[in-house]
Structure formats: C-alpha cells, structure tokens
Design a protein around this ligand. Sequence first.
Ligand SMILES: [Zn+2]
Length: 259
Amino acid sequence: MTGRGTLTEPRARGLGSAAGLLCAWEQGAAVPSGAVGAALLRAAGVVEDLATALDLPLSDSSVLLAAVYARTFGERVQAETSCASCGERLELELPLHRIDPVPEPAAHGTTVVTVPDGADVAGGELLVRCPTLRDVVAAGDAPDPETELLGRCVTDGKGGGVDVAALTPDVRRAADRAAEQLAGAGALVVRSACPGCGGSVSADVDLAALLWQRVTTEAGRVLGEVAELAAAFGWAESEVLALSEHRRAAYLTLVRGRP
Ligand SMILES: [Zn+2]
C-alpha cells in the first residue's frame, strides 16, 4: 500500500462487477492472445502485475484461472468439440472443482531427462522446467512454436542452452513429456464417449481461452445494457455501471416494457 489515492480511473478489481468485467475485457484485448490468461489474472486481482502472471508456471496459472472462472461464472464450463472419427459435434462439461494444483515441488522444480551416451549434451542430461505463459507467448511468435517452447524450458546438465532441434526423437519425446507433466493442469485434457460413433473423444482444455470467451460475451452484454440505459435516461456509462445488477435489470425491464 502506498497510501496515495488516484483521481482518475479507479481500477475495479475482480471480474464480479460490471465495471470490473469491462476492465478485464479491455486489458485482455490489449495483449497478444497468448498473454490473455495473464491479463485476466491481473484484472482479477490474483497477481499484482502482468509480468508476475506471465512468469507463473502453467501449472499454477491454470489452477488460478480455474478459480477465477469458478468464482465469476460458476463451477461448470461447457466446451464444444467435434469427434475426430465421425465429425459429430459434442458439448463437453469441464468440472472446475476437479482441477487440482500440481503437488509441490513438481510444479516449481525441474525434471531430469537422461540422454544416451554419445549425445552431444553437456553433463549427459537435460533439465526440463515447467513452461510459463511468457514462454507460450514467445513460442507463438516463432516459426516453429513447439521447438521454441521446449528450447526455452530445457537446459543441459550444466545449465547451458540446448539445441532442441538437434536432439534425437526419443530424447525430444522424453523432454516434451516431462514439460507436459510439469504443466499438469496447464495441459488439461477432457475425455468423453462420442454419442455418434461410440468412439473416445479427447479435447485439450485451454482455460485462458474459455475464460476469455466468457468475459468477451459478458462484456458485450454489459455494453449493450449500458447503451440501452444511456439512450433511455441520458445516464453516463459510469452511472449505469455503478448500479447493482438487480437495479440495472429492473431499469432494463422498464425501458423494454415501454410502448
Ligand atoms: Zn464419433
């Protein structure tokens, strides 16, 4: 706490209020798509600044995003996917309360991958750490995102950089698997049976994208309501946003019931 107040733009913390939701929507729109999860954690008041959110291991940021989603929109998330075998569209439900934190120290430690004799890796082993959102953003801009992502998370046994593209397929696979395991909830997959063909369907869950989708939809709804009430009563945006959800709904009912 600095003790010094601000005269302009008081930042609504949290996504629970209409004003907070619009702030989160603005902050999410202002960053590259890979960083939206970090922007939402910042907007929700879970972390102090964007840099802190970007440097969280994916295992942590996913658990925090799940908590923000559950707190703001409830515990059940519907996600759509399609069956790879028959093309049937299906809706999967993701129970957020079943997303558990990766047990310490896995999330914050490193996994050692031993490389076979003769491989050109100092120390004869690779150290793999959990990817962060910052790694994901950087990888998104690279010509080969998967190689870039792994390269950022792997060092040799002596702490030096590793040319991931030069690793043998087996070692590369082991390193990929280690990074995925460290990410834990960050690499969430839901599985279900396809109602069309009975086959098994699995879908990667991107909590940041799901939360962002929901924030975008709700922000659109709030903006529409502000526009409606502003036009009807001549109120400023801040005045409409200051109304409780209940009172806003009551005024909307009045406006819409007018002949
Ligand atoms: Zn199917």
